[in-house]
Ligand binder design. Structure first.
Ligand code: 13P
Length: 247
C-alpha cells in the first residue's frame, strides 16, 4: 500500500503572514514524523514563498490549478511548468469549483492532468457529484464518467491521485455516510484498475468535503480511502495536524 496523502487546499485564502501556519505544521511534523505524505496547496501568490519556507521539510507544496499549455497568450493563467519552477510538486486539477466557476469539462481537466505529467508534477484529479445528481440516483454514473473523461491514459506511467469530493459536502459540514464513501471509492478503484491496470490499482483515492479533526479517523479508515483533500480545516496548522495524525 502506498502511503496516504493528506493535502490541504487553501482555495482563495491566505496572505504572506499565513506562511507561519505552514511553518508551524512543518515544524510539528519534523519533530514527531508523519505516517503519511502531507501537502499544502496555497493560492498561486504564495507558492514560491511557501515552497522556499518549507524546503527540506516533510510538507510538499502544490498548485490549485494549471493551464494545459506550456506558455503563450493566456492572461491570468499559470502553466504546470511555472508551478514546478516556483517549487510545487503537485497540482489540483478539476476541482468542482473550477468546473463550476470556469466551465471546465472533463476534456479540459484531462489536458491539465497531462500538463502536470509533462512538468513532472503529481496531479490530484478531482471528481464528485452534485446533490441533485445524488438524489436522482446518478452519483456512481456521474463519478465514473468523470474519472473516465478526466484521467489521461498516460497516468499508467506517472504518479497521480484521484480525489472524490461530493459537491454538496464541500464547505457545508455535511458528509456522505461511510458506506456511501466506500461505495463511490470502490467504483472509482474499479474504473482506475480497468483503465490503467497496476497504476490504477495503486493510485491513492482521497476523500474531500467537510473533513475535520472530529471525522477524519473514521473517514480515513474506510475501505479504499487513501487520504484526504481538506479545505477549511487546512487553514489552521493545529486542525490540519489533527487530521494528519488521524491516518
Ligand atoms: P472543505 O474541507 O472546506 O469542505 O473543502 C473541501 C474541498 O473542496 C477541498 O478541495
Amino acid at each position: 500500500m502506498p502511503k496516504a496523502l493528506i493535502a490541504g487546499n487553501w482555495k482563495m485564502n491566505g496572505l504572506a503572514a499565513d506562511i507561519a501556519e505552514a511553518r508551524s505544521l512543518a515544524e510539528a511534523l519534523a519533530a514527531n514524523g508523519a505516517s503519511c505524505r502531507v501537502a499544502l496547496c496555497p493560492p498561486a501568490t504564495l507558492i514560491a514563498k511557501m515552497a522556499w519556507s518549507l524546503k527540506g521539510s516533510p510538507v510538499a507544496v502544490g498548485g490549485q490549478d494549471c493551464h494545459s499549455g506550456l506558455s503563450g497568450a493566456h492572461t491570468g493563467d499559470i502553466s504546470a511548468e511555472m508551478l514546478a519552477d516556483a517549487g510545487a510538486s503537485l497540482v489540483i486539477v478539476g476541482h468542482s469549483e473550477r468546473r463550476a466557476d470556469h466551465g471546465e469539462s472533463d476534456a479540459v481537466v484531462c489536458a491539465k492532468a497531462q500538463a502536470a505529467f509533462r512538468a513532472g508534477l503529481e496531479p490530484i484529479i478531482c471528481v464528485g457529484e452534485t446533490l441533485d445528481q445524488r438524489k436522482a440516483g446518478r452519483a456512481l454514473d456521474v463519478v465514473v464518467g468523470q474519472v473516465e473523461g478526466s484521467v489521461p491514459l498516460e497516468a499508467v506511467d506517472h504518479g497521480f491521485a484521484l480525489a472524490y469530493e461530493p459537491v454538496w459536502a464541500i464547505g457545508t459540514g455535511l458528509t456522505p455516510t461511510l458506506a456511501e464513501i466506500a461505495e463511490v471509492h470502490a467504483a472509482i478503484r474499479a474504473t482506475l484498475r480497468d483503465r490503467l491496470g497496476a497504476a490504477g490499482a495503486a493510485a491513492p483515492i482521497l476523500y474531500g468535503g467537510s473533513v475535520k479533526p472530529a471525522n477524519a479517523a473514521e473517514i480515513l479508515a474506510t475501505a479504499e480511502v487513501g487520504g484526504a483533500l481538506v479545505g477549511g480545516a487546512s487553514l489552521k496548522a493545529a486542525d490540519f495536524l489533527q487530521i494528519v495524525r488521524a491516518v
